[in-house]
Design a protein around this ligand. Structure first.
Ligand SMILES: [Zn+2]
Length: 294
């Protein structure tokens, strides 16, 4: 069933778990992620980077997602990850995607608020939810972002801007970074608690690859209800491809479908592990009962 991203994250917040938002790269990783959600009877957010939108195209991605998600017995939504480009936002909103992350963290506060309000108007008119980011989450992901903290605000400002603009989900800085860590991050679960005391909006954790189970549990207990997974999936995907090509080299059998099967299994296992860790396994039925299909 195709579902609303905000409603899934709200269900997670109300029931003490987080929905995994999995960055898919192609049809193979899309089907593997959906298969993991079905296997674990879990809600799922299928997330797509702007880079993947540019490589596959909005129309093909939309069709692939609809075919993969429409008839499965778990709620799945389609989300555009970090997007500072208004034209790409407009294209996926028009195509009927569930939600977008309008990344205004490269703008100064006034402009970020003004443009976020515009994106909310345009998106809500089409039934699309908006995740808001006005502080930049450190690290570069699919060519978007910066390794330096450019904009950071008090949590009260984040809550006030969210209330004025009418966004549906919030992505604050939580000490995590995109990509693989080279040194241990200083995590900020207390920022989630402070923000959760000021707003009922679902809070999103970016840059989760490399965090421990205990880190995730603390963030979820503090109020995080959407957790983005990208780098971990890419590593699982490429390691499976690497192992498959090593076998092909050895045996002289160059059979792509064999490699696809291995990649599918590796990505499905990686996603299933996250669903268990985030506590969303077994929540599909309850989530579907309280969310509207779209
Ligand atoms: Zn992110």
């Amino acid at each position: 069933m195709i579902a609303s991203t905000a409603q899934l994250a709200q269900h997670g917040r109300a029931h003490g778990y987080a929905v995994a938002a999995v960055n898919i790269l192609d049809d193979l990783s899309l089907r593997a992620a959906v298969d993991a959600a079905v296997e674990r009877s879990s809600p799922l957010i299928v997330q797509v980077s702007v880079k993947t939108v540019r490589s596959i195209g909005v129309e093909l991605l939309t069709t692939m997602f609809r075919l993969a998600a429409r008839d499965v017995p778990v709620p799945v939504s389609l989300h555009l990850d970090h997007c500072p480009d208004r034209a790409v936002i407009s294209a996926v909103v028009a195509a009927g995607w569930s939600s977008v992350l309008f990344d205004a963290s490269d703008r100064d506060l006034d402009q970020a608020e003004r443009e976020t309000a515009e994106v909310v108007l345009e998106s809500h008119a089409a039934g699309c939810d908006v995740e808001s980011e006005i502080e930049n989450i450190v690290g570069v992901e699919d060519d978007i972002g910066s390794d330096e903290s450019v904009h950071a605000y008090p949590v009260q400002t984040l809550a006030d801007v969210a209330a004025r603009t009418g966004v549906d989900l919030l992505a604050p800085q939580l000490g995590t970074a995109h990509g693989l860590y080279t040194s241990a991050p200083v995590l900020l679960p207390e920022r989630v608690r402070e923000l959760a005391a000021l707003t009922d909006l679902p809070i999103v954790l970016h840059g989760g690859t490399g965090l421990t189970d205990a880190d995730f549990r603390e963030f979820i207990e503090a109020g995080v209800s959407k957790i983005n997974i990208s780098t971990g999936l890419k590593v699982a995907y490429m390691r499976a491809a690497q192992a498959a090509t090593a076998v092909a080299e050895e045996t002289g059998r160059w059979d792509p479908p064999t490699m696809f099967r291995d990649i599918h299994a590796a990505v499905q296992a990686e996603v299933a592990g996250r669903l268990d860790m985030f506590g969303s396994s077994g929540q599909a039925e309850s989530a579907m009962a309280t969310t509207a299909a779209r």
